[in-house]
Write a protein that binds this ligand. Structure first.
Ligand SMILES: [Zn+2]
Length: 93
């Protein structure tokens, strides 16, 4: 068991509230591809660590950091560098 497996984490549904300020779509149903291993998962299946500064979401397959979100009083910081892409389901345009 490595260090990350011993830390408490929540599933990606913990991102629903904080990301609702940025996106009008439900991001928890979006699918993202991991830049580390190529695994594709919906955001709800990510491992979310809330004890870091902000929220850190990791790949459930290889633990690569896919998303970092920090909310300050006057801004939201979203770092997606560990994500190759994110596919967000949308209603027909
Ligand atoms: Zn991965």
């Amino acid at each position: 068991m490595d260090r990350l497996e011993t830390m408490d984490y929540e599933d990606g549904n913990a991102l629903a509230g904080p990301l609702r300020e940025l996106f009008t779509a439900d991001v928890t149903s979006a699918a993202g591809r991991c830049a580390g291993c190529g695994h594709t998962a919906v955001v709800a299946d990510l491992r979310v660590y809330a004890r870091a500064p902000g929220l850190v979401a990791r790949c459930p397959s290889c633990d690569t950091v896919l998303l970092r979100f920090v909310r300050t009083p006057d801004a939201a910081w979203l770092d997606l560098r560990g994500t190759v892409y994110m596919r967000v389901p949308m209603s027909p345009a």
